[in-house]
Design a protein. Structure first.
Length: 402
């Protein structure tokens, strides 16, 4: 054993990973992600940048789109230490994510814990490759924060469930292939006890999807309607009427994911850089606010990384709610500082900023203004801040339920 290997038992893996990434990650995949090129995969996938397709295929072939998923299901089969090295090396070259996927971030860990062997073999390899794009069927018009009040029902009919009802705020439902969906299978049971977890194809007859417009001018959200949709009984995950436990577990992964991604803020340029370019940092009040937010962002990043390690080790718990609440506040605060400093200019959508203007710079401000409008939802999506604080009050502090 040489000195390097003795000092770092993972040195060989690190070196091999570094060499592979240098040889296989295209140059354009080492640049900041742009919204138009985000690779969501699925049956209707589009790749405006061909390198995105190449990068996805190469990473999926090694299972590195899902490094912790066992190799027999198409994943990388890495332990926590090796997966951490992979992430460090991807970060070193500023590599883009090869795939954006609710299937990877939320459904896959649930299938590993609750799915049958047949379900793992059927669904996980496609999730790893980005072959199927998934969406989440949780909230309903009268079941948002009180999710257990959901009314979408599934009635057993021979070898199928017949699903009738509707969901709302189903992100990217109109672009997705399949849905993981909470349904009521026992209307007479206590509300938490009569829920099941179903998977089904959105091209099944009886499914209708309608986009919802938001004030930001962009929206991933849809209404999704089910009119006697027949779902194979083999697509039931976990026990009949046992879906609430699965729903809670999946929400832990969802909250960790949206918080870890900073609600998209991580893909934007540094706040201080933007304000410095626009001479806004000459104001000491602005400088103080920027410094304050940068310190909070760094502390949140460290806490999020610690919690990600806990989740990867199978220790997802109520502390995920801390990350989610703080990340929502941090992203909203970041947007507030920028909009307050730049002023109303950022809210004026004009393609011609005038003589000597900065079209590219102003386009960036327009995107930031849309991000500010969009950030208003951060404390609602993935479980409202109030709901998450209630979870923490009960599970961590030990306060009684109301």
């Amino acid at each position: 054993m040489d000195a390097v290997t003795a000092a770092d038992p993972l040195a060989g893996f690190r070196q091999a990973t570094r060499e592979w990434l240098e040889a296989n990650c295209p140059a354009s995949m080492r640049t900041p992600m742009v919204a138009e090129e985000m690779p969501w995969g699925g049956r209707k996938a589009e790749f405006p940048n061909p390198d995105s397709r190449l990068w996805l295929d190469r990473m999926a072939a090694r299972g590195w789109t899902a490094p912790r998923i066992p190799a027999q299901y198409g994943g990388g089969g890495l332990d926590a230490a090796h997966a951490a090295v992979l992430q460090e090396e991807l970060g070193r070259i500023n590599a883009r994510l090869p795939i954006y996927s609710f299937g990877l971030w939320m459904l896959a860990p649930v299938l590993l814990e609750y799915g049958t062997e047949d379900q793992k073999q059927r669904f996980l390899p496609d999730i790893v490759r980005g072959g199927i794009r998934w969406c989440q069927g949780y909230s309903e018009p009268n079941a948002g924060s009180d999710l257990a009040s959901l009314r979408t029902r599934a009635v057993r009919d021979g070898d199928a469930f017949v699903v009738t009802g509707s969901k709302i705020w189903t992100s990217y439902s109109d672009k997705s292939d399949w849905i993981f969906c909470l349904v009521r299978t026992d209307p007479d049971a206590p509300k938490h006890a009569g829920i099941s977890f179903l998977l089904f194809d959105l091209e099944t007859p009886g499914v209708v999807r309608r986009p919802i417009d938001l004030i930001s001018g962009e929206s991933p959200f849809c209404e999704t309607f089910f009119d006697e949709v027949r779902v194979p009984a083999g697509n039931l995950v976990g026990p009949l009427n046992g879906g609430w436990d699965i729903a809670k577990r999946l929400l832990q992964y969802e909250r960790q994911n949206v918080a870890g991604a900073g609600f998209g803020a991580g893909s934007r340029r540094a706040l201080g850089t933007i304000l410095r370019e626009r001479a806004a940092l000459s104001d000491p009040v602005v400088r103080d606010r920027v410094a304050h937010e940068l310190m909070h962002a760094e502390a949140l990043s460290l806490f999020t990384a610690k919690n990600e390690a806990r989740v990867a080790a199978g220790q997802a718990d109520a502390l995920v709610s801390v990350v989610k609440v703080l990340a929502a506040k941090a992203n909203q605060a970041r947007s507030d500082v920028l909009i307050d400093a730049v002023g109303l200019e950022a809210l004026v959508d004009r393609s011609d900023p005038g003589p000597g203007g900065d079209p590219a710079g102003h386009a960036e401000l327009i995107r930031e203004a849309q991000g500010w409008l969009r950030s208003r939802a951060n404390s609602i999506e993935g479980g409202t801040s109030e709901i998450n604080l209630n979870i923490l009050a009960r599970a961590v502090i030990g306060l009684p339920s109301a």
